[in-house]
Design a binder for this molecule. Structure first.
Ligand SMILES: C[S@@+](CC[C@H](N)C(=O)[O-])C[C@H]1O[C@@H](n2cnc3c(N)ncnc32)[C@H](O)[C@@H]1O
Length: 386
């Protein structure tokens, strides 16, 4: 017996502008977005996923007949009805409404209504009890789930959601996003609070995945402390001294503080091709830029003294040297010697590397300041790393 399926909204019309704007905006949202859980290529915007699932589940209100059934209302009424559905979608695609239960409930109610209408149309189908149960929405299965945008949104819209993928990384992302949070929904955290976990006042609202998120935070704080205890000595903090601040007014408020280092910036080196400096390893750096934020630019300036060089951290608009490092612009793998400006050809670099003479040199330290990064030249504390 033929299945009677009214056309879905997605086959007739979509509020594309609203979906496009929301999908584009989502690209710049990080806090709370699943894309920060793990990078995945071709991840679909949640707004688009939410919109297409809704529009595939909801019947188009336009009149249709054929296939053994009649459905829908006349043109004028259908246009009004479509406007109403569009309004739901326009609210639904907004990032701010991702967990707005009022908006989601309106969408879920619409999905249920369409499903029940479809069940009613197929009431006399021989498998109606199984296939058209008005109390059970069809489940959703994405066999190519990737970053999980579609199954996550199907779940949000009230469908039982299944995800699979060829790639175990995608499977893990989907487990973390779709399978595990509902299993622990509404539960309070169970992990012991850790010392120095830097949490503010603990929330007592453990609705949704809050309790689970708190447990993940506690476990990662424990893991971090454990790692710090075992290998922390290999990552020395950097002390801001008065001497360091003499030419760096930005460091003055930090004098006496010990900052956590979050990165060490290194350059590969080869021996200079200039015979006068052939005993010196010089950097192959494609840029000396440290920070490019307008108004907060920082870059390294190499300072040459005889056959030695060191780096100073400078602020202000970056110089050409800062932008290009010791790389010769537009010349593939050609660099120049920071001491003598002698060109360093790709062949020289290759020969040095093959002779085992390619080295590395620390150029700068990136430390965690108060709400911003602090850039410093290598200090004595970092000597064991040099
Ligand atoms: C375009 S991505 C899906 C993106 C997803 N809709 C999202 O929003 O993140 C396609 C996915 O299909 C998976 N895939 C490719 N070939 C597959 C196969 N034969 N069986 C299962 N998954 C496969 C890939 O690993 C990839 O994650």
């Amino acid at each position: 017996m033929m299945i009677k399926t009214p056309k879905k909204l997605i086959e007739v019309a979509l509020p594309l502008d609203a979906i496009n704007v929301a999908a584009a905006r989502e690209k710049s949202i990080r806090h709370g977005h699943p894309s920060t859980l793990h990078l995945w290529w071709a991840r679909r915007p949640l707004a688009a996923a939410r919109a297409v699932i809704f529009a595939q589940m909801v019947n188009d209100p336009g009149y249709q007949q054929g296939g053994g059934f009649k459905y829908g209302v006349n043109k004028e009424k259908a246009a009004i009805e479509r406007e109403r559905l569009f309004k739901i979608m326009e609210d639904l695609v907004l990032w701010e409404n991702t967990s707005n239960e009022e908006v989601l409930d309106r969408a879920r109610a619409e999905i249920w209504r369409s499903w029940r209408e479809t069940c009613e149309l197929n009431r006399s189908h021989p498998l109606a009890a199984d296939l058209f149960n008005p109390e059970k929405l069809p489940a959703f299965h994405d066999p190519f789930a990737g970053g999980g945008a579609l199954p996550l949104e199907a779940q949000r819209l009230g469908l039982e959601s299944f995800a699979s993928d060829l790639n175990p990384v995608a499977v893990t992302i989907n487990k973390a996003m779709i399978e595990i949070p509902p299993r622990f929904a509404g539960r309070r955290p169970v992990g012991p609070r850790v010392e120095r976990d830097r949490q503010g006042k603990l929330s007592e609202d453990w609705s949704g995945a809050r309790g689970l998120a708190e447990d993940v935070r506690r476990y990662s704080a424990w893991l971090r402390n454990e790692a710090e205890g075992r290998i922390g000595q290999l990552y020395p903090q950097v002390e801001i001294t008065a001497a360091m601040a003499t030419e760096r007014p930005d460091l003055k408020p930090l004098i006496g503080q010990r900052l956590t280092v979050i990165a060490w910036l290194w350059a590969r080196t080869v021996k200079s091709p200039n015979p006068a400096y052939s005993h010196v390893s010089v950097p192959l750096a494609a840029s000396f830029l440290l920070a490019n934020k307008p108004g907060k630019e920082r870059y390294l300036e190499p300072v040459v003294t005889g056959d030695q060089y060191s780096f100073l951290v400078r602020s202000g608009p970056p110089t050409a040297l800062a932008k290009n490092g010791t790389k010769v612009e537009g010349r593939g793998s050609s660099f120049f010697c920071v001491l003598s400006k002698t060109p360093i050809s790709g062949d020289h670099i290759k020969a040095e590397a093959q002779a085992g003479r390619m080295g590395s040199r620390m150029m700068a330290i990136v430390a965690e300041g108060q709400g911003e990064r602090v850039y410093l030249p290598p200090t004595n504390e970092m000597r064991p790393l040099l």
